[in-house]
Design a protein around this ligand. Structure first.
Ligand SMILES: [Zn+2]
Length: 350
């Protein structure tokens, strides 16, 4: 069969699966102006030390970014600005993860700080976009002055794409380091499921919300927890984590976004907004974990009759949203992973 058709069929299948399971929008045709382009090569490709052999294209020289382990399955070629990347999907047999013994923490995501953990740890928001905003604006301004359809405009477009790429790569790299550190040092997490696409409709906050990368943080934390054996519980979207006093449960209805500290009307306790929220998220997460029989935190060590990985909550951002809408019962579903093959992706750049 024609290779291009096979590749398209695989992608279409994936697109429709994602659509029907509520993770993505209905598939659309590719645009010739879109700057992120890719195609899959399911077979007849091979890599040696110097070249990637692609059917109908031939030899392409490459630069190795990561060692390829396991059995290579298929290859995807993607374009990012003026660069081309090859990702190799490999099948690797991995051991069933052993649940780590670290403490169970609640995580409150924010804008000033990326995350505040219920043990008091604060992860600052590095503000990747903010750092390069000036440069980005300059390159955008230059682009707007170039004549449409001209060579100069094309060149400028690539320069602008390079700035965007730099921001995106820095953000992703930072999040990878943070989530790696988290799954290594803690046993389990309780996180809020956030309605990010809804929040982005608030134009005053949209830029900051996209810059901090909550969605990517949640995605990475969720799959790394599953691989590593950490417990992860998701709290419903309507849980009043910020408004509730973590000591007595009193609810402050008139809490504003600008209130960083507040005093409880029930027990006079003074709260740091984010720390209080993370404590509530931790407590709620423990409650859900206990109700669903999912071992978590210190209890994990004692009740872990089930060996292997335990991940509460659901996978995939779309499903998470659905869980948030239907309430807490849904959010606490248990997912047990066992005997899986994990795909590792290696990148090569031309
Ligand atoms: Zn109180």
């Amino acid at each position: 069969m024609n290779l291009a058709i096979v590749s398209l069929a695989i992608q279409l299948d994936r697109a429709y699966t994602n659509f029907f399971e509520g993770r993505a929008k209905h598939p659309t045709f590719k645009s010739k102006h879109r700057n992120h382009d890719s195609f899959a090569v399911p077979q007849c490709w091979r890599i040696d030390r110097k070249f990637v052999f692609l059917p109908k294209i031939g030899e392409v020289s490459w630069k190795k970014h990561r060692h390829i382990e396991g059995t290579p399955k298929h290859l995807t070629v993607t374009q990012d600005g003026d660069r081309w990347f090859c990702s190799v999907n490999c099948e690797v047999e991995i051991q069933d993860p052993v649940a780590p013994d670290g403490p169970f923490v609640g995580i409150d995501l924010g804008l000033k700080n990326l995350a505040v953990l219920s043990d008091g740890t604060v992860i600052e928001n590095p503000g990747h976009l903010k750092k390069r905003e000036k440069k980005l604006k300059r390159e955008q301004r230059r682009l707007s002055r170039k004549v449409k359809g001209s060579k100069n405009r094309e060149r400028q477009k690539k320069r602008l794409q390079a700035v965007h790429r730099k921001i995106r790569d820095a953000r992703r790299d930072f999040l990878h380091k943070i989530t790696h550190r988290l799954v290594e040092s803690y046993g389990g997490f309780s996180v809020e499921s956030l309605n990010i696409s809804g929040m982005l409709k608030n134009h005053r906050l949209a830029k900051s919300i996209s810059d901090v990368g909550w969605g990517e943080f949640g995605r990475q934390l969720s799959y790394k927890s599953e691989w590593n054996g950490n417990t992860i519980v998701e709290i419903g979207r309507f849980f009043p984590s910020s408004k509730m006093c973590s000591v007595c449960g009193w609810i402050k209805d008139d809490l504003k976004l600008s209130d960083r500290n507040w005093v409880c009307g029930g027990c006079d306790a003074t709260h740091d907004r984010d720390l209080n929220a993370s404590l509530n998220i931790e407590a709620e997460g423990l409650k859900i974990a206990t109700a669903t029989g999912c071992p978590s935190g210190s209890e994990a060590a004692t009740t872990a009759g089930l060996a292997g990985s335990h991940a509460c909550g659901e996978e995939g951002s779309g499903q998470r949203h659905a869980a948030g809408e239907t309430g807490l019962d849904e959010a606490g579903k248990i997912h047990l992973a066992s005997g899986r093959s994990v795909f590792q992706i290696a990148h090569a750049v031309r």
